[in-house]
Unconditional design. Structure first.
Length: 308
């Protein structure tokens, strides 16, 4: 008679242990999602082009990495399709996060492996370097822009799960439209604090622009509007004749303005202005706002004002 109660007690304890373990697994999954996305109410960036029924949301870290990937393609004169392939690949491999771990010795945005001649760990952990390496390999794939995304990405990555890239194609295309300037003002970001203690400011903005977009970008430091001649917190990036919506000049301007938006946290950017519209960190929830006295035709320069 005593064996049954003992067995029942053990079984009850086993069920309780299993239930507790399931709860812990669920909590771990929830925390992972919050880590990747930033969680509800956290600073975030949203991509929604005109006519889109759905929006794509990502964290400031993800947006900054995506903007770097797109800028490197621009510096190499690559087409939008290359950007979409690269973004979808990084979404699958790292969730657009520059991680220091992965399968075997894989690291970085694209999970490139030092043992497979992608470079040193230090090099691969540099988003500009890793994006350049991805595009260098992609450019060797004949007709990559006409291939299905999964095929083109697999030619570069040699992944064990090549079909997994397909699920990211729609969001990668949305993000490409915003970052290349094809969809003007499609990305908006809410204000967020810098993720580290590195200095931002106008000089850092200039240096980063040139490193990611190449020597063809000619940013200059000047006084921030209304702050006095000695403030020197402003950066002006000449675009040339902007032209009307959809023109090459207008797309270039929105490409640069969106890049600044995506990097606004790390670079401590307070305000971005282009083509009659302005984004301010202090009022970031309203996105791009029409600037008093400005117009869409006013598209010769992108104006960036930093906090220091």
């Amino acid at each position: 008679m005593s064996a049954r109660p003992a067995f029942a007690v053990r079984r009850t304890r086993l069920w309780r242990f299993a239930a507790a373990f399931a709860v812990l697994l669920g909590l771990a999954g929830y925390l992972l999602v919050q880590y990747i996305t930033g969680g509800p109410g956290a600073p975030h960036c949203t991509v929604r082009a005109e006519g889109d029924e759905e929006a794509y949301e990502l964290s400031p870290e993800q947006a900054a990495n995506a903007a770097t990937i797109s800028a490197v393609a621009s510096s190499r004169g690559l087409p939008e399709r290359a950007v979409t392939i690269a973004l979808a690949t990084a979404m699958q491999e790292s969730g657009l996060r520059n991680i220091e771990f992965g399968d075997r010795d894989s690291v970085g945005l694209f999970q490139q492996r030092p043992s497979q001649d992608w470079g040193t760990v230090r090099q691969i952990m540099d988003p500009v370097y890793s994006a350049e390496e991805f595009y260098r390999h992609l450019a060797k794939v004949p007709g990559y822009s006409r291939l299905p995304l999964t095929v083109a990405a697999q030619k570069v990555q040699r992944s064990g799960y090549p079909q997994a890239y397909a699920k990211h194609e729609a969001n990668a295309a949305r993000l490409t439209g915003a970052l290349t300037g094809r969809d003007p003002g499609a990305m908006t970001c809410t204000e967020s604090r810098p993720e580290d203690s590195r200095a931002g400011g106008a000089a850092t903005v200039r240096e980063k622009l040139v490193r990611e977009f190449g020597a063809g970008v000619l940013p200059r430091t000047d006084a921030a509007g209304g702050r006095g001649a000695g403030s020197n917190r402003g950066v002006t990036v000449p675009v040339g004749q902007g032209g009307g919506p959809g023109s090459e000049g207008a797309r270039r301007g929105w490409e640069l303005a969106t890049w600044a938006m995506a990097h606004s946290a790390e670079l401590r950017i307070e305000q971005i202005s282009y083509a009659g519209r302005t984004w301010t960190a202090a009022d970031s929830g309203k996105g791009w706002q029409n600037r008093p006295g400005g117009s869409a035709a006013d598209g010769r320069d992108v104006r960036i004002i930093t906090a220091q």
